[in-house]
Design a protein around this ligand. Structure first.
Ligand code: ATP
Ligand code: MG
Length: 399
């Protein structure tokens, strides 16, 4: 792969580079944006979302903060300052740095090093290419362009050492391989497998972010899953992960990490809890596992009762059904129709509320809740009953 003469950089981004350059600092575009731009030059833009441009600079974080009016302290300790351009898009500007000590989880970094040193601490050759936005020069000391052309994920430097410095790089290798459909260089792959037990020491949040990003961006979810299994990452973090039998169908599913985790893992909610996913995400997985997976019978009333029981999980359960059967369920249309009609399926949608019941003389407390449930049961059988008058009359007969 040869380098294009220039890359199309927006005026906003150019302004940031010019200001740093005018103040006497070196400034280069680096990282994922350069990689993706080169891939799209080769006609592979499809499906890739353009990320914001990352800069590497000789300016210290203090100097960057002094030069720009609107900054965000993204990770100043590690040298990263966010700068908002005039359209309020955020760009990360990171001071050239090298790792001083690493323990597989965190690094202590030192500033005051060269661009070459900075590129040497990056994870993969395809992520270690730099482009000068004003002089249109390229720096590619590790052969990243050749690996882009050869569709290869290869560690910068000694792969074993690089994975020991930060075990997350193993998961990043899997993610990039699955996202671009690249192979992993044999030496890098062997080092990744050997280092996999070190993944156990990573923070759950970092692992979760990688797993979720991987699911969102993989060209083939099946490939990503295969890589997690083969490298030994699943054994550490995703117990009982299994390769999907219907790879093509899984790839047609929405790239929703919680939904896909529920498809791929029998104990999805337990895994998500261990990965410190949010309570909402864990709850979604629990609701999917709880089901029921389909209305029984799939009559209009059966569908109202099913909606009432599964609540917000209805769409997830329809997606699971579609995956297992390869087609949309017939009853999905009736679910949509029931929603469009605003069929009442929760207590909150009843024409009478707790206060109304209390005013009718129902004692506050568990009895009142029971009464609401009994009214809902009747309304699920016949939604036309859901008027204030009819429910009031019902309360009188049910008491
Ligand atoms: P994405 O499209 O996912 O954002 P990216 O390559 O931009 O991909 P980032 O996590 O945004 O990934 O990181 C930006 C750059 O920082 C990477 O391209 C790489 O050069 C470097 N980098 C990020 N994480 C690591 C790491 N754990 N070890 C070494 N270098 C890293
Ligand atoms: Mg990025």
């Amino acid at each position: 792969m040869s380098f294009p003469a220039t890359l199309p950089i927006s005026d906003e981004v150019l302004e940031i580079a010019q200001r740093l350059d005018a103040a006497g600092h070196e400034v280069w575009c680096v990282g994922g944006w350069i990689r993706d731009a080169l891939l799209s030059e080769g006609g592979e833009a499809a499906g890739l979302t353009p990320s914001d441009v990352d800069f590497a600079t000789s300016a210290t974080p203090d100097q960057v903060q002094a030069l720009f009016r609107r900054t965000v302290a993204v990770g100043v300790k590690h040298g990263t300052v966010g700068v908002l351009d005039r359209r309020r898009a955020l760009h990360e500007i990171t001071t050239f740095r090298r790792d001083v000590t690493t323990d597989g989880r965190h690094a202590v970094v030192a500033f005051g090093v060269s661009l070459e040193d900075d590129l040497a601490r990056r994870d993969f050759t395809i992520n270690a290419i730099a482009y000068h936005p004003l002089r249109h020069e390229w720096r590619d000391p590790f052969g990243g362009a050749a690996d882009l052309a050869g569709r290869m994920i290869r560690a910068v430097g000694d792969a074993s050492q690089r994975f020991r410095e930060d075990y997350l790089r193993i998961l990043r290798a899997l993610r990039f391989a699955a996202r671009f459909g690249f192979e992993i260089d044999p030496a890098t792959w062997a080092a990744a497998r050997a280092a996999a037990p070190g993944l156990a020491g990573l923070s759950a949040e970092r692992v979760r972010d990688e797993w979720f990003k991987g699911l969102r961006t993989a060209r083939s979810v099946g490939r990503l899953v295969g890589l997690w299994l083969d490298v030994g990452a699943a054994a550490e973090w995703l117990p009982r992960l299994s390769a999907p039998q219907t790879t093509a169908e899984v790839d047609r599913m929405p790239r929703d990490p919680v939904l896909l985790t529920a498809v791929l893992l029998p104990d999805a909610s337990g895994v998500l809890r261990r990965l410190r996913a949010s309570n909402i995400e864990i709850g979604r997985a629990e609701a999917m596992m709880r089901g029921p997976g389909a209305p029984e019978p799939p009559s209009a009333e059966g569908i109202r009762r099913w909606r009432s029981r599964v609540g917000d999980a209805a769409d997830d359960l329809i997606a699971l059904w579609r995956l297992r059967h390869g087609v949309d369920p017939d009853w999905a249309r009736e679910v949509a129709a029931s929603r469009a009609r605003r069929d009442p399926v929760t207590r909150a949608e009843l024409a009478l509320n707790g206060d109304d019941l209390a005013a009718l003389g129902v004692a506050r407390g568990p009895l009142l809740g029971e009464m609401l449930d009994r009214l809902l049961d009747r309304v699920l059988a016949d939604p036309r009953l859901n008027t204030k008058d009819q429910l009031t009359a019902l309360v009188r007969t049910l008491r």
